[in-house]
Design a protein around this ligand. Structure first.
Ligand code: PEP
Ligand code: MN
Length: 339
């Protein structure tokens, strides 16, 4: 059961609702976001909403059987839109394209990439400054000093910064320099990190854990929402299967499935899903046809020299063609699919 409280619900009314829930064998969890307050109840018994629907302080009440209630479409039918100001929104109407290198390497790389993004009217740049690497001897990112110039240059270009946060202590130091906190696949079930990101007001791009089921993926999003942050983007980035021919297996099924089950925007990351440059574009285009609201693609002015993930990274020539085809594909999708 999910109870939406009226704006400025008096404390006494809130306590009364909680007491009534208890009397009828339900436990109520209060969730407070920037826009409103909810009570989530996971009582075992089937609820009769008439018991609570008329209590003072209750705005609306929904039966949501899903474990992950706040992110479920069963109560919020309309899609979540994330507004960044400056005319930039993540919504189902447009395709959001996020491009940039796997890792931020130096200032010149950021300048060159921003030039390319501006020319192509792309409003989000990605780039890791704290890099989770499978080997401790690989390049692990420039750290906060790198983020400072990355952020300052993006701001000057009117482009939003998307970068990965790896641990709780980084949230505060990164906060002023980023527009979207990315949670990587390896941290998708780092519940302490999710809790703390839930207490911020910046959008979180949550990658699916490489071995996470959809249920677990949505539970990770629920952690963020239940701590107060409603601005979450779900990102399918491929899962581990028995197949070894490519880096991961893009779970294309996840895109329409997540849209159906959740009101949150759904992105696709074809670069990490397939891991091979030549296949990034077809996987990106098919994600769009499957309904993705955004794509995250690794690009570099010279992928052969990229410090990480060069094999899956597009050069600018390829990226330009992919952008054009993405835009044609989304126009086609919107034309042939109504609703
Ligand atoms: C990334 O986007 O740079 C990244 C490390 O992705 P993932 O967490 O999906 O592997
Ligand atoms: Mn990468």
């Amino acid at each position: 059961m999910l109870i939406q409280l009226i704006d400025n619900c008096p404390q006494q009314e809130l306590e009364n609702i909680m007491a009534q829930l208890k009397t009828h064998g339900f436990k109520g969890n209060l969730v407070e976001t920037l826009s409103t307050r909810y009570i989530i109840s996971n009582g075992k018994k089937e609820a009769d909403i008439r018991l609570f629907g008329n209590l003072p302080g209750v705005k609306d009440i929904h039966i949501v059987e899903d474990d992950n209630k706040l992110v479920s479409r069963k109560w919020r039918v309309e899609d979540t839109i994330i507004d960044f100001g400056d005319g930039i929104q993540i919504s189902r109407k447009d395709l959001t394209i996020v491009m940039g290198p796997c890792a931020i390497e130096d200032e010149q790389q950021v300048d060159t990439t921003l030039e390319f993004l501006k020319e192509n009217n792309i409003r989000f740049m990605r780039g890791g400054i704290f890099k989770p690497r499978s080997s401790p001897y690989s390049f692990r990112g420039l750290g906060i000093e790198g983020l400072k110039f990355f952020s300052q240059k993006c701001k000057a270009a009117g482009i939003k910064v998307v970068t990965e946060v790896m641990q709780v202590s980084q949230i505060e130091e990164m906060y002023d320099y980023i527009d979207v906190f990315q949670v990587g696949t390896r941290n998708a079930q780092n519940f302490n990190l999710l809790d703390e990101l839930g207490k911020t007001n910046k959008p979180v791009l949550l990658k699916r854990g490489m071995s996470s089921t959809i249920q677990e993926f949505l539970a990770s999003a629920e952690y963020i929402f239940s701590n107060g942050n409603e601005k979450i983007i779900l990102c399918e980035r491929g899962i581990r299967t028995f197949e070894k021919a490519y880096r991961n297996t893009m779970d294309i099924n996840a895109i329409p499935y997540l849209h159906d089950k959740s009101h949150l925007p759904v992105f696709s990351d074809p670069s990490h899903a397939v891991g091979i440059r030549d296949y990034v574009e077809p996987i990106a285009l098919s994600s769009v046809m499957a309904g993705a609201d955004g794509v995250l693609i690794e690009i570099h002015q010279c992928p052969q020299k990229a410090v990480s993930d060069g094999a899956q990274t597009l050069d600018f020539f390829q990226a330009r063609r992919t952008i054009q085809r993405l835009r044609e594909t989304v126009a086609l999708r919107n034309k042939i699919m109504v609703g």
